[in-house]
Design a protein around this ligand. Structure first.
Ligand code: MG
Length: 260
């Protein structure tokens, strides 16, 4: 780790592997968040999870993992997708996804059209059917823009690595031969929208996460400094051969000092 730590104005913080691990708490996480609050450092939890609403995510952090969190501090790939759709023209959408994505799109003022939508948005859908894939495919073939919440191919669960949003997207990508616009980490869209929301400049915030491929590359690709924490996906030995290193790397969040 570098000797001199920059005094960041705001923090973007990943969830799984950083604030908790699957269904297990990470013991250093509540203290890290309390320190940020004491130091009055604004932060956003930035997650590729598109299935839960910000309210559900905040509830889980508070009740299951003892991390103090509020709905407005949670920025999911579904919210980023809805914010991105607002920058395009056309107000109708067909959604392949769960409640979190549907809610975000409806709250942003879009209406659902199953036949001739302006946009098709695809996220993880654990009730996926052939019919939904068919509707999405036909709409994209008719010219609807194809937007995907994130490209994570798998989702870690206690049972193993189950299919993630990226795998659902791949099916529709194969059927349409059209590559979607991806929104979630490591893409620029979610980072730009999160930075807009927190209200600082790119060089004033720090991206904190456990996954080099998503969190850290999201920072590196978008000129945001990064803090890699080895409590989740990426292991210290994985980083030995990586050329583009994070700005900082630590074993646990207890190793990070926030200047008061
Ligand atoms: Mg993570």
């Amino acid at each position: 780790m570098e000797d001199k730590i920059k005094d960041y104005k705001g923090y973007l913080i990943d969830l799984d592997g950083t604030m908790y691990k699957g269904n297990e708490p990470i013991s250093e996480a509540p203290g890290f968040i309390n320190q940020l609050r004491k130091a009055e450092k604004p932060f956003l939890f930035v997650t590729n999870n598109s299935t839960s609403s910000p309210r559900e995510v905040a509830k889980k952090l508070n009740e299951q993992f003892n991390v103090e969190a509020y709905e407005e501090e949670v920025y999911t790939s579904s919210l980023a997708t809805a914010d991105y759709l607002k920058t395009l023209s056309g107000k109708s959408v067909y959604v392949v996804g769960e409640k979190g994505l549907l809610e975000a799109v409806l709250n942003a003022g879009f209406k659902i059209d199953e036949e001739n939508p302006d946009h098709v948005v695809v996220g993880l859908d654990r009730a996926l059917t052939y019919e939904k894939c068919e509707k999405a495919t036909l709409a994209i073939q008719k010219g609807a823009t194809f937007v995907a919440t994130n490209k994570d191919t798998n989702l870690p669960t206690e049972r193993g690595m189950v299919p993630g949003a990226g795998s659902v997207v791949a099916l529709i990508e194969k059927a349409t031969r059209i590559v979607p616009t991806f929104v979630g980490k490591p893409e620029a869209i979610i980072m730009d929208e999160a930075i807009k929301r927190i209200g600082f400049k790119k060089n004033e915030v720090l991206m904190v996460g456990d996954n080099y491929e998503t969190d850290i590359l999201a920072g590196i690709n978008n000129e945001v400094d990064t803090l890699l924490v080895y409590t989740g996906f990426t292991k210290e030995e994985d980083m030995k051969t990586v050329i583009e290193q994070p700005t900082y790397a630590i074993q646990t969040l207890a190793d990070w000092r926030i200047d008061l």
